[in-house]
Write a protein that binds this ligand. Structure first.
Ligand SMILES: *Cc1c(COP(=O)(O)O)cnc(C)c1O
Length: 515
């Protein structure tokens, strides 16, 4: 059924040549932009509290297919009405980052002007890897790197920063640089041994992308050493150090330690200074996955939470998460500029010049896996140029404060339990009505997440902590206030009452069947 013979996508009444002309014409831009701007403007002003609308994929697919088939009635090859319907369909099925009911994940609304600029950079490309193709993009990389270097306390002339499409790729690139630096010659001859079996160590809540890296770079999944967490879900240094020492003594050559500044489940920041001490003492490369909390560097008030990050060999920040620019834009920093080239030491004469000159010195192609790449850094540079970085800091501070207020409030309620003290804008908690055992409590959180999502007003997530489900909210929208948290609590209580009622009915049915 789904794979019927496709009908021609062309509008029946326009000729092929006319259609082609129209597809590339500036007039089509004018018309489509007009439609789009109106729609976006409406979206940004929408005040509805909404979660997510999940459609059945088959239904969505046939609706999307319906928009692809020719229909009569219009003479113009570009049908603004169909375009308008396509935008509506996109907005209907996308994440409601502008809603005060959306608290599920690390997606944020972006600065609207950055989104507009994203269109500029799509229309007129500056592929960002090589200077001759992306001049402003490469200069902007340097400017942003210098701005951050000042805040980290690094010398802008000796550190380096590249942008990657996502934190996952940044983590892979950093660990690869670590491998090539510490297990010297690995790039050329295959993974080399130094004094034992190459291994990396990570915190137990590390992002899954990091756990894939050993498989990718030839270290092997068996050579990941996972470090235990304390009750704030940070690496527990007291228990981690003996584990690390023991692994070293047993012949694991830990060449890289990857820790977090803002874990994905709860936003925990590992003890950076103490772990930097250990790494330094043992010649281990320290990479901090600061995808989530690295943005704290921009806030005078939040920056002290990252004390110790200046001792890392590398760290990354997801600008598309907590710097509020369009995805994807990740900043990967190296303390030592010379090490940045080590991730991909390679010769490819068609793009790489052997001798650095005044231009190639500015480009990142040799240090990055990507070739063609959107100049996403320009959106961040633009915000800096138009408003200054304080607008980012202001939003971050609000979100972190709001999360703390939500934590204090939930802690005061007898039927709720918080799971951790929040260090960032992520909060995990449980709804714990009386009379349920621990298995039922865990089941209830999962059922609650689903029921709340299906209700369509709020969208929250869940994570597994120590084998049980807990609810999780991520504050990414500065329009959320404590009233919205109170409304969410009301929603949780009433949905839970319905769920428990259905459980009672089910139990009753089961006993009747048994009789
Ligand atoms: C989101 C996230 C990542 C992955 O980044 P992408 O940009 O989604 O590839 C890695 N680490 C942490 C801590 C994250 O929050």
């Amino acid at each position: 059924m789904l794979y019927q013979k496709e009908e021609p996508i062309l509008n029946g009444q326009s000729s092929c040549a006319e259609n082609f002309r129209c597809a590339f014409s500036p007039a089509t831009f004018d018309l489509s932009a007009q439609v789009a701007i109106e729609k976006i403007s409406e979206l940004l002003r929408r005040e509805k509290i909404e979660g997510v609308t999940l459609e059945q994929p088959e239904d969505l697919m046939s609706e999307a297919r319906g928009l692809m088939t020719a229909h009569s009635g219009s003479d113009a090859p570009f049908d603004p009405e169909r375009f308008s319907k396509i935008i509506d369909l996109y907005f209907r099925t996308s994440i409601k980052v502008g809603s005060t009911g959306y608290m599920a994940r690390q997606f944020s609304s972006v600065f609207p002007v950055a989104a507009v600029f994203d269109m500029i950079t799509a229309i007129s490309p500056q592929p960002a890897s090589f200077y001759e193709a992306g001049q402003l993009a490469n200069v902007a990389d340097k400017i942003i790197a210098e701005e951050f270097a000042r805040r980290i306390g690094w010398d802008p002339d000796t550190c380096d920063m590249i942008t990657t499409s996502g934190g996952s790729l940044a983590n892979l690139t950093a660990v690869l640089a670590a491998r090539n630096d510490r297990l010297y010659a690995s790039w050329k001859t295959g993974v080399t041994r130094r004094n034992g079996t190459p291994a990396i160590a990570v915190g137990d809540d590390i992002h899954y992308s990091v756990c894939r890296v050993p498989g990718i770079i030839g270290i092997g999944q068996d050579n990941i050493i996972r470090l235990p967490l304390n009750d704030r879900r940070q690496i527990c240094v007291r228990r981690a150090i003996p584990i690390l020492r023991e692994a070293l003594a047993e012949g694991k050559d830990i060449f890289c330690l990857v820790i977090s500044a803002g874990t994905t489940p709860v936003g925990a920041i590992d003890p950076l200074e103490e772990l930097a001490d250990f790494a330094e003492e043992h010649g281990i490369w320290l990479h901090v996955d600061a995808a989530h909390c690295g943005a704290f560097l921009l806030s005078e008030r939040l920056r002290p939470r990252l004390r110790g990050i200046e001792r890392a060999d590398s760290f990354c920040i997801d600008a598309h998460k907590t710097l509020f620019v369009p995805a994807l834009c990740t900043l990967l920093f190296y303390r030592d500029r010379a090490k940045a080239r080590g991730a991909f030491s390679q010769e490819a004469s068609y793009v790489f010049d052997h001798h650095e000159n005044s231009m190639t010195r500015f480009e990142s192609g040799a240090k990055n896996f990507e070739c063609t790449k959107r100049p996403a850094i320009l959106n961040l540079w633009l915000i800096w140029a138009m408003f200054g970085p304080q607008v980012i800091a202001q939003k971050l501070e609000y979100l972190v404060d709001l999360t703390w207020d939500a934590y204090s409030y939930l802690s005061s309620l007898p039927d709720f339990a918080t799971v951790h003290e929040p260090e960032a804008n992520i909060l995990c908690f449980e709804y714990k009505p009386k009379g349920l055992d621990s298995i039922q409590i865990s089941e209830l959180q999962l059922a609650l997440r689903d029921a709340i999502r299906d209700g369509g007003r709020f969208f929250i997530s869940k994570v597994e902590i120590e084998g049980r489900n807990v609810l999780r909210i991520v504050m990414m929208n500065h329009e959320i206030e404590m009233d919205h948290i109170a409304a969410l609590i009301f929603e949780i209580r009433s949905r839970a009452a319905e769920i428990m009622k259905s459980w009672e009915v089910r139990a009753l049915d089961a006993t009747m069947v048994a009789q």
